[in-house]
Design a protein around this ligand. Structure first.
Ligand SMILES: [Zn+2]
Length: 216
């Protein structure tokens, strides 16, 4: 069985849904860097305080701080049964540092699960997303229609489109994503860790395929 997993995929490919399904089926700990930052800052660890000082100034947290936090988190006992890294690494230097620290703590990465999805389909999916202004419930104008157009089933609130969910903004986000992650995918491919899954098959089938693969 594969235990220590990196989950990758462009915005809209269904990463969030897949992560939830996997966390129910496997004893993995979910490691998202956003949550990790919030926890470290709340606990006021040394690295948490350091990260906070950058965030408070509006600066990006430097790699060595982020990697220090990842090391702290992955070393904890609850990660002994496996972890699912989500949103990290984002760059090649981060991937190299992660490889080194995983060796040091003897919890090597077993697999990199990458969700493939063609850009047109992603744009179709994301530009159809609508969200309730009042309760935040998600809808889709094709695949998850509300009973009454533009009105939330749950609370009657108005549905709206997030400003960054439009086609133009999405194209930019996807171009950035492809540009930024290509070297990472090549890095993991060279180590025979990369496995691509087509996320167009739908969330249930995608989950089944990934689960079967990880169980091997
Ligand atoms: Zn609502």
């Amino acid at each position: 069985m594969k235990k220590n997993i990196i989950l990758m995929g462009p915005p809209g490919a269904g990463k969030g849904t897949l992560a939830k399904q996997l966390l129910k089926a496997f004893p993995f700990v979910h490691i998202s860097t956003g949550d990790m930052f919030r926890e470290a800052i709340k606990a006021q660890t040394e690295l948490g305080k350091l990260a906070q000082s950058y965030i408070a100034r509006g600066d990006l947290v430097p790699d060595e701080v982020t990697i220090g936090l990842v090391r702290e988190r992955l070393s904890q006992d609850d990660c002994a049964n496996g972890f699912l890294l989500d949103g990290f690494p984002r760059t090649l230097p981060q991937a190299e540092a992660l490889e080194k620290l995983c060796e040091e703590i003897k919890r090597p990465i077993d697999s990199v699960v990458n969700l493939d999805c063609d850009n047109e389909e992603l744009i179709r999916r994301i530009s159809g997303r609508r969200v309730c202004k009042i309760c935040g419930a998600p809808y889709h104008i094709i695949t998850m229609k509300p009973k009454v157009e533009g009105v939330c089933d749950a609370c009657g609130g108005p549905l709206f489109q997030r400003p960054d969910d439009n086609e133009e903004a999405l194209k930019v986000r996807l171009d950035h994503y492809v540009h930024d992650t290509k070297p990472l995918l090549e890095f993991y491919d060279r180590r025979n860790l990369l496995v691509n899954f087509n996320s167009l098959v739908g969330s249930e089938q995608l989950f089944d395929e990934v689960r079967l693969y990880l169980e091997k």
